[in-house]
Design a protein around this ligand. Structure first.
Ligand SMILES: Nc1ncnc2c1ncn2[C@@H]1O[C@H](COP(=O)(O)OP(=O)(O)OP(=O)(O)O)[C@@H](O)[C@H]1O
Length: 298
């Protein structure tokens, strides 16, 4: 499915308010009879300065889409741009640098280093890259996230919500072009989860960041500007200014299709979108090891 910006000339994403773009993005795992088509010729534009959520049943390709857009995974066919840079075809070393310099990552498991305090965790990726943080920006991030009084605390001395805020600050610290968040509230209670979603929202509204978030939670998706719905490796729908109820209703339709297939026995269950997963917590192991991601170095 093409978003309205699809008419723009390919490869000119930087100037036209598109933070990331994919055309014909196809990803297959394995080969022969065991091959899985995780993404099936996806066209998508991620608008700059917006908060985009990616939803869909379990196995629909959400994490794969995020990993391919972030240059964490190779593609089988198609093209991906980050800003004006086509990343498909880049060598691993160039990709590593691009991820390090231009992308921030947040995962549900936080991935903080236990022996470092909050301040050290926040700047670690930049320290490894030999980059000096922009102190004014860093102060703004720390104050926006309410971490000023916690900077000397180590992760074990912080609540889950505070740890995720540190992870959020770490993702924001280098002022990346794009932040990818994979189930960032998956390990948090609802209050802490709401807090983190509020901060991601503020990062977009007040700090001008671009956020892409994979989630199973309609309530979390309601904090975004736009929800992309994936099924069977394709973007099948999108929703502007989502509400939790509207997202839930849309997600139920995936379940309905599955139930129809199950109920009639007319077709194989596997021909329907995979099992619905509203509210299902994500699995910590299904993202790429984030130590590779957050601590990228040459
Ligand atoms: N490394 C891999 N090897 C083989 N198949 C894979 C691999 N990673 C993902 N897949 C398959 O690709 C499809 C899409 O997986 P993906 O993790 O992107 O889905 P998802 O929508 O993020 O799922 P979930 O909501 O359960 O996390 C699934 O059928 C999955 O089994």
């Amino acid at each position: 499915m093409s978003t309205p910006a699809a008419e723009h000339a390919l490869g000119r994403a930087e100037g036209d308010g598109i933070a990331a773009r994919a055309r014909g993005l196809t990803k297959a795992y394995g080969s022969g009879e065991t091959a899985v088509l995780a993404l099936d010729s996806v066209d998508v534009d991620i608008a700059r300065g917006r908060f985009t959520a990616v939803m869909g049943p379990s196995g629909s390709g959400k994490s794969t889409l995020m990993h391919c857009l972030a240059g964490l995974d190779t593609v089988s066919a198609g093209q991906v741009w980050l800003g004006g840079t086509e990343i498909t075809g880049l060598k691993e070393r160039e990709l590593t640098r691009l991820r390090r310099d231009r992308i921030g990552f947040m995962f549900q498991s936080f991935n903080l280093i236990p022996t470092l305090n909050a301040a050290e965790n926040i700047t670690l990726p930049m320290d490894i890259a030999g980059q000096k943080p922009d102190q004014k920006w860093l102060d703004q991030v720390i104050d926006t996230l309410g971490l000023r009084a916690r900077l000397k605390h180590r992760p074990a001395q912080l609540s889950g919500g505070q740890q995720q805020r540190v992870a959020c600050a770490r993702a924001l610290a280098s002022r990346p072009e794009l932040i990818f968040a994979d189930e960032p509230t998956g390990n948090l209670d609802s209050r802490a989860g709401l807090e983190v979603l509020g901060f991601l929202r503020e990062a977009v509204d007040d700090l001008g960041q671009t956020v892409v978030m994979v989630t199973h939670d309609p309530g979390a998706a309601a904090h975004s500007d736009l929800v992309l719905f994936l099924a069977d490796g394709r973007i099948v729908d999108e929703m502007e200014r989502p509400t939790a109820d509207a997202v839930l209703e849309r997600m139920k339709r995936f379940d309905t299709i599955r139930v129809t297939f199950d109920g009639t026995g007319d077709g194989p269950v596997t021909a329907a979108p995979a099992t619905g997963s509203v509210g299902r917590p994500g699995e910590p192991g299904d993202s790429i090891e984030s130590s590779d991601v957050t601590l990228d170095k040459d």
